[in-house]
Structure formats: structure tokens, C-alpha cells
Design a protein around this ligand. Structure first.
Ligand SMILES: [Ca+2]
Length: 223
């Protein structure tokens, strides 16, 4: 009976799209995708996807490109026209290397680290037990405080700890392999066209490099 129920469940899941995606993400070409129609700079687009626990789209396979092209042209044609280029443009995870015209797909994650701010020397509290701050383990009640030893000497300080965030950049794959650059792209070596968009070029959606400060809609994908 349990197996039968499981079978019904599996059939129901496969009819409704068994590989369902979380929240407002949809399965497009085998990946969970969400198109955001707010026009923003590339950096804001990275943050926008991060808020959704996703990253900008890495369009590195033909099935994903085909699925995405169909999805965009059926649902978003004319909905994200940029003032500069006149057709729909969507930010992707493609970014130029600093030194040349090589573009890479990159995964962006917000990493966290502990930010340490020295607040005050602990001596001022004048409450050290006789003969203490030596090493060793004690046998009475102890409670952690914010006090921490400096690396180089026996000075202890009060410190404030905060979780800070920074953008962690992981090179994933060279963008050449997707073979979907619009004719003549990427162009403008030495200029500031560092970020890769997926642009509506009539029947095709192709890659174009433009300045990261321009505003585009964005495609987020679950990693
Ligand atoms: Ca370009």
C-alpha cells in the first residue's frame, strides 16, 4: 500500500513538474530560473540574485540556451527594453578578465567573515583574578566574554564582533564554449564593456559585452 501511495505521489509530481523549483523559480532548460524585470546595474543584479539564494545565469550549455531563448521570447519580449540599445537585455554571470578580451562565467557568493574591532584594552576593567591570565583550565563557573588576546603579546582587549560580507568570485568556465556571441562581439578591447548580457537580436538571444554600469533586467539561476 505504501509503495502504491508512493507511485501515485511520483506520478502527481511528474505531471506537475517533479523537478519543481523553489519559490518563484521555474524549470527552464533543466535549471531553476527566475527572470527579474527590475532594471539594474550588473553589480546590483548580482546582489539581487544573491538575495534569492541564486546567482546570475551561467549559460554554458546548448539545452539551457535553447530553453532560455524560448522562455524569454514567449514571456518577456519587449518587457525589458533598454534606452541605450533599444531591445531587451538581461544580465548574465559573464565577466571580462582584467587584462584581455577573455570573458568567463563566474559564480558569485556572498561570503561572511568575522569583523574584529578593538574596542578597549581589558586592563582598564581591573578585574583579573590574582595570577591569572595564564594558560590552563579552571574548575569553577566560566562565561565567555568579548575579551581576546592580541597575537604578539600578553595584552587582552575587548573586541566587538560583527559578521561582514564580501563577494566571493569563483571562475567557473570560459565563455567562448557557449559559442553564442552576437556578430562582432565581444568588442571594444580596452574599453569598459566588461559585463555580458543576453540580448534580444530579433529571433536570436545572443551575448554582447556592455559597460557594467548600464541597466538591464536579470536572469537568476539556482546553483
Ligand atoms: Ca559589445
Amino acid at each position: 500500500m505504501a509503495d502504491y501511495k508512493m507511485f501515485i505521489l511520483l506520478v502527481a509530481l511528474s505531471i506537475s513538474g517533479g523537478d519543481t523549483c523553489p519559490n518563484e523559480f521555474l524549470n527552464v532548460g533543466g535549471r531553476c530560473v527566475k527572470v527579474v524585470l527590475t532594471q539594474s546595474t550588473w553589480e546590483d543584479a548580482v546582489n539581487e540574485c544573491d538575495k534569492l539564494k541564486a546567482n546570475l545565469a551561467i549559460i554554458d550549455t546548448q539545452p539551457f540556451l535553447t530553453g532560455l531563448t524560448t522562455y524569454l521570447s514567449s514571456n518577456f519580449k519587449g518587457k525589458c527594453v533598454s534606452s541605450t540599445l533599444g531591445t531587451d537585455g538581461f544580465w548574465t554571470a559573464g565577466l571580462k578578465r582584467k587584462t584581455d578580451l577573455v570573458f568567463n562565467w563566474k559564480i558569485y557568493r556572498l561570503s561572511k567573515f568575522l569583523d574584529e574591532i578593538v574596542y578597549r584594552n581589558l586592563k582598564e576593567a581591573n578585574n583579573w583574578a590574582p595570577g591569572k591570565c595564564i594558560s590552563g583550565y579552571l574548575e569553577t563557573d566560566g562565561f565567555w566574554t568579548a575579551g581576546l588576546l592580541r597575537r604578539t603579546d600578553r595584552v587582552f582587549n575587548w573586541k566587538i564582533y560583527r559578521l561582514s560580507k564580501f563577494l566571493d568570485e569563483i571562475v567557473y568556465k570560459n565563455l567562448k564554449e557557449a559559442n553564442n556571441w552576437a556578430p562582432g562581439e565581444p568588442n571594444n578591447p580596452g574599453s569598459d564593456e566588461d559585463c555580458v548580457e543576453l540580448r534580444n537580436y530579433g529571433p536570436k538571444y545572443q551575448f554582447n559585452n556592455i559597460p557594467c554600469s548600464l541597466k538591464n533586467c536579470l536572469i537568476c539561476q539556482m546553483a
